[in-house]
Design a binder for this molecule. Structure first.
Ligand code: 5RP
Length: 225
């Protein structure tokens, strides 16, 4: 699996060229993309500016000598490469397994070419086997939790090393064990309207292409939108 992630990550770096502002994703697959970019910066003199999606990726990029700007210092991002936890055939997906969904969505939104890198196990018929991460403000989080319970969403607070996991943006994550999400767009809209929810891990129709590494090689799925 690790080898497949690496193949996908390295392939994605081909979409980056001199002068670009590049969104740097988070997770074990995006990691290989960032490593390859760092190699190209060091060995080939590739000139780019990175915008990171988590403190973890910031640390990695700094170690590799990739110049960085914050998302507030740029008007747009040329290309962002990130991982995903599940992807369906309509190019809807679940993200946030690594708890970076809020920053990831903020960087993805002004991105011209948004790319996911996944191994083939992430392709699903219906989203929802992977628990849907929902980032919530700490104030009133238990209220919201009980509301999710009453709705039958089987919520659980994401745990860290010392109690509840706290995101880079100082929020909690509630994971929803939905089993199946027959209508991701409707659920995304509903969560968007839920007070206390900062962001959710449904990234519906945002991605432009998905680089899939499998036992039979690489496939690139192009979204029509
Ligand atoms: C982090 C994410 C990751 O991109 C997602 O969890 C996939 O990670 P990995 O490539 O390690 O499976 O959304 O918030």
């Amino acid at each position: 699996m690790e080898a497949l992630k690496k193949i996908a990550g390295i392939k994605a770096a081909e979409y980056v060229s001199d002068g670009m502002i590049v969104g740097l994703g988070t997770g074990s697959t995006a990691y290989y993309f960032v490593e390859e970019l760092g190699r190209r910066v060091q060995e080939e003199g590739l000139s780019i500016v990175g915008v990171t999606t988590s403190s973890r990726t910031s640390e990695q990029a700094k170690r590799l000598g990739i110049p960085l700007k914050s998302i507030d210092q740029v008007d747009f991002v040329d290309v962002t490469v990130d991982g995903a936890d599940e992807v369906d055939r309509n190019f809807n997906g679940i993200k946030g397994g690594g708890a970076a969904l809020l920053m990831e969505k903020i960087v993805a939104t002004p991105t011209k070419d948004y790319i996911w890198v996944v191994d083939e196990s992430k392709l699903v018929e219906t989203l929802g086997a992977f628990k849907l991460p929902v980032e919530v403000v700490q104030y009133g989080a238990e209220q919201l939790f009980r509301r999710f319970e009453r709705a039958g969403y089987k919520p659980s607070f994401r745990q860290g090393e010392a109690g509840r996991y706290v995101t880079d943006m100082q929020n909690f994550i509630i994971d929803l064990d939905l089993g199946q999400i027959p209508d991701p767009v409707a659920l995304g809209d509903q969560l968007d309207r839920t007070v206390g929810v900062v962001e959710h891990g449904l990234f519906n129709g945002m991605v432009n292409r998905v680089i899939v590494a499998g036992q039979d090689g690489l496939r690139i799925l192009e979204a029509k939108h």
